[in-house]
Write a protein that binds this ligand. Structure first.
Ligand SMILES: C[S@@+](CC[C@H](N)C(=O)[O-])C[C@H]1O[C@@H](n2cnc3c(N)ncnc32)[C@H](O)[C@@H]1O
Length: 296
């Protein structure tokens, strides 16, 4: 469905107030393939339970960036609202870091993880490191350069309903060599390993490395001050969702998650509170997705 059509068929408030129903089939009267100009908490409150398959987003944290206004973020309520709106087995990936003040880290990431697990009901699947190549920054002579953020990957229920890491392969450092020798056992002993060739590719671990958005050459995207790389969003989408799933970004900024979801044949829903960024996200969807996507 075209974004403008999706907007026109947006429901009046009637059926969306049934917050406790879980819908097994996508419903026509709920927003899909559109970016809402709204406060995330308000818009999430209008979604029924179990509506979203995967959420990928990066929130403002520790006042590090100026997004045109100091929007307050109640991350505790956000955790509960996202949990309610997510389907059983659904996943929520949060790209986040910690600010530093008077030489001490804020611990925002850690507080967020503990609160969402202990109180909101999420379970933590993994905490990956998003490694980027940052600038030394102000205080460079007194601190380490910070060149990572965290990717907190939460899931709802017994296990993630979809997990496919085949698109996350990385080149093996020792490709082509023959591996032999011994493995260390947990009891301290040794086990002999039969010689075998090292594969060209291996599965990625918990360290995810990307160049920053500055190198992507996307001028429209760079009108937003704090975007994450397209490939980071795409890797999460491919790993934790399947075609036709609904992928949400409740603080979508320039629309990176929405663009990558649509390009990979997922439905998307973006929410952005800032009018200018909302316009950027819609422009990106029109120019980057329109040409080759079934939704348009
Ligand atoms: C780190 S940026 C997201 C960037 C995005 N991942 C991208 O690649 O373009 C965070 C965004 O959250 C938005 N935001 C902050 N508070 C919000 C709220 N309560 N509801 C919706 N959006 C909000 C900000 O305006 C900002 O654009």
């Amino acid at each position: 469905m075209h974004e403008s059509q999706a907007k026109q068929t947006m429901p009046a408030t009637t059926t969306r107030t049934k917050r406790d129903r879980t819908f097994e089939q996508p419903r026509d009267d709920l927003p899909r393939n559109t970016v809402l100009h709204a406060d995330a908490l308000k818009a999430l409150g209008d979604l029924p339970a179990g509506h979203v398959d995967l959420t990928v987003f990066s929130p403002p944290y520790d006042g590090i960036r100026d997004y045109g206004k100091n929007w307050t973020l109640d991350y505790k309520t956000l955790g509960s609202e996202l949990f309610r709106a997510t389907t059983d087995g659904g996943v929520c990936a949060v790209v986040i870091g910690d600010g530093t003040r008077d030489f001490a880290k804020s611990l925002t990431t850690f507080r967020w993880a503990v609160d969402w697990v202990d109180r909101a009901g999420w379970r933590l699947f993994e905490c990956c490191i998003y490694q980027r190549h940052g600038n030394p920054g102000a205080w460079w002579s007194q601190r380490f350069r910070v060149d990572h953020e965290y990717i907190l990957i939460f899931f709802k229920g017994d296990r993630p309903r979809f997990f496919d890491k085949t698109t996350l392969m990385v080149p093996s450092k020792h490709a082509g060599k023959v591996y032999s020798g011994t493995d260390r056992l947990t009891n301290g002993g040794f086990k002999k390993i039969e010689p075998k060739a090292v594969n060209d590719m291996k599965c990625r671990g918990t360290l995810w490395e990307y160049a920053t958005s500055n190198t992507e050459g996307n001028r429209t995207k760079l009108e937003h001050p704090a975007t994450f790389p397209d490939k980071l969003a795409e890797d999460l989408i491919m790993c934790f969702s399947k075609p036709g799933d609904l992928v949400l970004d409740p603080m979508c900024g320039s629309g990176t998650t929405c663009v990558m979801a649509a390009k990979n044949r997922r439905d998307y829903l973006g929410i952005e509170i800032n009018e200018e960024y909302h316009r950027i996200a819609r422009r990106r969807i029109r120019s980057e997705v329109e040409a080759d996507c079934r939704l348009f």
